[in-house]
Ligand binder design. Structure first.
Ligand SMILES: NC(=O)c1ccc[n+]([C@@H]2O[C@H](COP(=O)([O-])OP(=O)(O)OC[C@H]3O[C@@H](n4cnc5c(N)ncnc54)[C@H](OP(=O)(O)O)[C@@H]3O)[C@@H](O)[C@H]2O)c1
Length: 303
């Protein structure tokens, strides 16, 4: 099968190559999915799991990409809950070969049905961004209606989901980003916008929940804005500064079939809009994943 492979960590996305790889087979509880569309998180090639296995051994050449929409083509021994020919979307294991390929083997529990009226390009854009936002706001952040959320990078892939889901849950949403992101962030549901390059972050006053996708100095300054009992949720690694009288949580997104269904149902009825930028083919993926201009929205690769 055709796949994008990486072998050289130092080369970053410039080291991606379109190659021929053996098609995967389905292990116990796996399904093989014919990938129709795949997402890619721009930081993926800095994650250890792209390069080593769970026992710290080199696992290159590895196939990046961990979110997909496609069609089940084979079931492994003992696999239940999905059937051959079914449309699915989901999140694949960080340590296994991924979704920038024609086929991928995935544990069935990591997939959810993709309704026929949701396009595969949209489906592939949802698992990581949607689940990260959902888990950060509701599982880790315990968001309540009426609370104030500071959604960093609110025009980005995760941040745009955070802004929409927080708003729907009855929160007051303050989005942040670069000056050019203002209108997009407001369109995704933010009621206020802070341009991190020229506005004073401290002017937002107190907030109940910070959803941090940026970290560094922005993360540290955000911790100081958190009201008593509030939460700093980070998806970019361990937090460097904790709220004085609140909780700090960092987490890595996990697949969850019930939450994927919630996200997909919101896309179907228009409550949630996905943030797709460039759509490209697997043949043109290396160029698409090495953009020369600033990305606005997720890059999706269609196989
Ligand atoms: N732990 C997890 O489970 C998990 C899951 C998903 C994502 N993540 C991480 O979350 C981060 C965001 O992912 P994403 O897919 O949402 O990326 P994205 O689509 O690039 O969104 C990030 C947004 O924040 C903006 N931004 C970044 N730094 C900024 C700064 N200093 N000032 C103003 N705006 C800034 C970006 O603008 P520019 O593009 O101009 O920088 C972009 O609009 C990544 O580090 C990713 O690895 C973690």
């Amino acid at each position: 099968m055709k796949a994008i492979v990486v072998t050289d960590q130092a080369a970053g996305t410039a080291g991606m190559k379109l190659s021929e790889r053996p098609a995967p087979t389905a292990a116990i509880n796996d399904v093989v999915v014919q990938v129709h569309a795949s997402g890619f998180v721009p930081t993926e090639l800095s994650w250890p799991s792209t390069w080593i296995d769970r026992r710290n051994r080199d696992r290159t050449p590895s196939i990046p990409g961990h979110e997909l929409a496609g069609i089940v083509t084979a079931l492994g021994y003992g696999t239940t809950g999905l059937s051959v020919g079914q449309r699915v979307l989901g999140l694949t294991d960080w340590y296994r070969d991924g979704t920038l390929a024609e086929y991928v083997a995935v544990e069935a529990r990591n997939l959810a049905p993709l309704p026929g009226d949701v396009d595969v390009t949209v489906g592939a854009s949802l698992p990581i961004s949607g689940l990260t936002a959902w888990q950060g706001l509701f599982d880790h952040g315990r968001l309540q209606s009426g609370q104030t959320v500071l959604a960093h990078g609110a025009a980005g892939a995760v941040g745009s989901m955070v802004a929409q889901l927080a708003r729907e849950a009855g929160a007051w949403v303050i989005g942040t980003g670069r000056a050019a992101d203002r209108q997009a962030a407001l369109d995704f549901g933010a009621q206020e916008f802070i341009d991190l390059e020229s506005d004073a972050l401290e002017d937002v006053g107190g907030v109940d929940l910070v959803f941090d996708v940026i970290g560094g100095d922005i993360g540290k300054r955000s911790a100081r804005l958190i009201r008593s009992g509030g939460t700093l949720v980070s998806v970019i690694g361990p937090v460097e500064a904790r709220p004085v009288d609140g909780v700090a949580v960092d987490f890595v997104v996990e697949s969850d079939r019930a939450q994927l269904r919630e996200i997909v149902s919101r896309v179907r009825d228009g409550r949630l809009r996905t943030n797709i930028g460039n759509v490209s083919s697997l043949d043109d993926a290396v160029a698409a994943l090495n953009p020369t201009a600033r990305r606005t929205g997720k890059t999706i690769i269609r196989a």
